[in-house]
Design a protein around this ligand. Sequence first.
Ligand code: NAD
Length: 264
Amino acid sequence: MPQLGFGVWQVPDDEAATAVTTALEAGYRSIDTAAIYQNERGTGQAVAASGIPREELFVTTKLWNSDQGYDATMRAFDASLEKLGLDHVDLYLIHWPLPSKDAYVDTYRAFEKIHADGRARAIGVSNFLPEHLDRLIGETSVVPAVNQIELHPQLQQTASREAHARHGIATEAWSPLGQGKGILEVPAILAIARKHGRTPAQVVLRWHLQLGNVVIPKSVTPSRIRENIDVFDFTLDPEDLAAIAALDENRRIGPDPAEFHVGA
Ligand code: NAD
């Protein structure tokens, strides 16, 4: 899985093809979509039009909450593949755990079937808390390859990252730039950016990469799309990493996975 990919949340379907095409031209090879984003069709169109060999691309999509449960998952996966115009995805994720619905184990059994059939090269989860991971791993056979969680300098997710390391699960950061709100203006980030002659967004993405996180920044602005992947030719110093570590406020932008149940 490429460590840096392109996220398309909140990109309307009719703009997704253009944004994904710009990203592919800029060198991104991993795209993160979801059924609920309603842009799998536009994403698939850009993938098809790119001419890039399928095996060089990494396409992720996610199962929406209303489709949890074994049979509903099978139907929802077929629908996602049809919209994407693909015969397999590289990664399929359960979007939210919905603990109150108590269906994620059954749902994941369908994921294991999809994986065994080769229609998802890898399967994983999103927004799972360590307790959800423990239960899932205890009751199913395939350890999730990935847990995609909200993670940025103001929410560094130390406990989840430790749980992932214990289980051999990759940590994927959603809203890696904190949705561009606030974190890119924090004085410590601005100072590090000045020191390296880089932008604040590049500093934050570089921090993720050096921590070992997978990142999927989103933008529809071509210059920012290119800026966000131009992060492989500089290195943050230990004191930069320490300064960013000190910014953790354990503050979520998005919902708490223990309580979020929209669509359930
Ligand atoms: P993000 O942290 O990637 O921030 C995106 C915003 O930051 C942009 O809309 C823009 O306003 C700003 N931005 C982007 N590049 C910039 C730059 N170079 N300079 C200045 N500002 C810049 O936020 P996101 O879109 O919430 O998250 C990224 C991806 O994560 C999503 O597109 C989606 O694929 C995924 N995601 C998943 C979940 C989940 O529940 N699994 C939830 C949210 C997002």
